[in-house]
Design a protein around this ligand. Structure first.
Ligand code: SF4
Length: 216
């Protein structure tokens, strides 16, 4: 995609949603880490439902340790892979208390040293909680980047690197949200809704999906 088209692509996504926010509910950097860790292979809606009461009681690593693994499982048992996730969340809370004074570190390597926190989660936390210009490539961003020609790449890391390279200011901090929301609600996996897409003329995907009921 040409530089001017990339700018226009983001400008239109930004125009439709000037102040994008993550759909995961969180109250401070720690609850964001927990919410993102719980969201792997689960929907944001499902995670929010489980964490609503949890975060009223528990909003620091120390309180998470007090709750303990069994108590945590009670809260999150509706979320997929909850056994492993509970183990990781408790182990991460212990490390945060022991090594980081109970605070979430604003540092990629430190975040990635926590159990259950990979590059994607670290990118989300750095972007959403600390305002860094990171782009966490999830399934939606991977698809949108490849399909449209915005930042094609064979794996998530290649796409992340390409997005880092091509995404201009003033869109770098919000790019993560705009691309996810675009993929989640318009450029859907099975049937992208091209007929109502604000960037259809800039996107290289062919053939475009026609409006429902249109005669082929
Ligand atoms: S035109 Fe279609 S494929 Fe291209 S970004 Fe829009 S919804 Fe996705």
């Amino acid at each position: 995609m040409k530089k001017a088209d990339v700018f226009e692509f983001y400008r239109r996504l930004a125009e439709g949603d000037p102040a994008p926010e993550t759909e995961l509910k969180w109250t401070n950097p720690y609850t964001l880490v927990v919410a993102v860790a719980l969201s792997a292979q689960a929907t944001d809606v499902g995670v929010n439902k489980a964490t609503r009461r949890l975060f009223e009681e528990v909003d620091t690593p120390a309180k998470m340790l007090e709750l303990g693994e069994t108590g945590l499982k009670e809260h999150i048992k509706t979320i997929g892979l909850f056994n492993t996730k509970a183990k990781n969340v408790i182990a991460a809370a212990q490390i945060l208390v022991d090594r980081f004074g109970g605070e979430v570190p604003e540092d990629r390597a430190a975040l990635e040293s926590l159990p259950g926190v990979g590059r994607k989660t670290a990118n989300v936390v750095l972007n959403v909680a600390f305002g860094h210009e990171t782009i966490a490539v999830d399934t939606h961003i991977f698809r949108v980047s490849n399909r449209t020609g915005l930042a094609p790449g064979k794996d998530v890391r290649a796409v992340e690197d390409k997005l880092e390279k091509v995404t201009p200011q003033p869109f770098r901090a919000g790019a993560h949200h705009w691309l996810i929301l675009h993929g989640r609600y318009i450029c859907k996996a099975r049937k992208p809704e091209c007929w109502r897409c604000p960037v259809a003329d800039l996107c290289r995907f062919r053939p475009k999906t026609p409006p429902p009921g249109a005669v082929a």
